[in-house]
Write a protein that binds this ligand. Structure first.
Ligand code: ZN
Ligand code: ZN
Length: 96
């Protein structure tokens, strides 16, 4: 991993969980979730940039991405993984 990728990943995890953020609780401790198979093709070549910050519950818990599976997760929170990725990038751009 290159240095700027590491910096990007730490910025993403510093944002806190993106689902908690959307639910009105910004800044919760977040793990990095890597998006697989999608997210390529809009100017992002490196998969280390296709990441979401998710707290342990929203990542691996019963209401989380891996606990529910992508489809159930996306319908529960009424947003796709891709749209979450876009939102993370928007928030990071606003911070810069
Ligand atoms: Zn969360
Ligand atoms: Zn994950």
């Amino acid at each position: 991993m290159k240095k700027d990728e590491k910096i990007y990943l730490s910025k993403v995890s510093d944002l806190g969980c993106i689902i908690c953020y959307r639910l009105g609780y910004p800044g919760s401790f977040a793990e990095i979730h890597h998006i697989r198979g999608i997210g390529l093709g809009f100017g992002v070549r490196n998969s280390h940039y296709n990441v979401l910050p998710l707290c342990p519950e929203h990542h691996r818990g019963n209401t989380g991405y891996h606990g529910m599976g992508r489809k159930a997760f996306e319908s529960k929170y009424e947003i796709t993984e891709q749209e979450l990725l876009d939102q993370v990038k928007e928030i990071l751009n606003e911070k810069d």
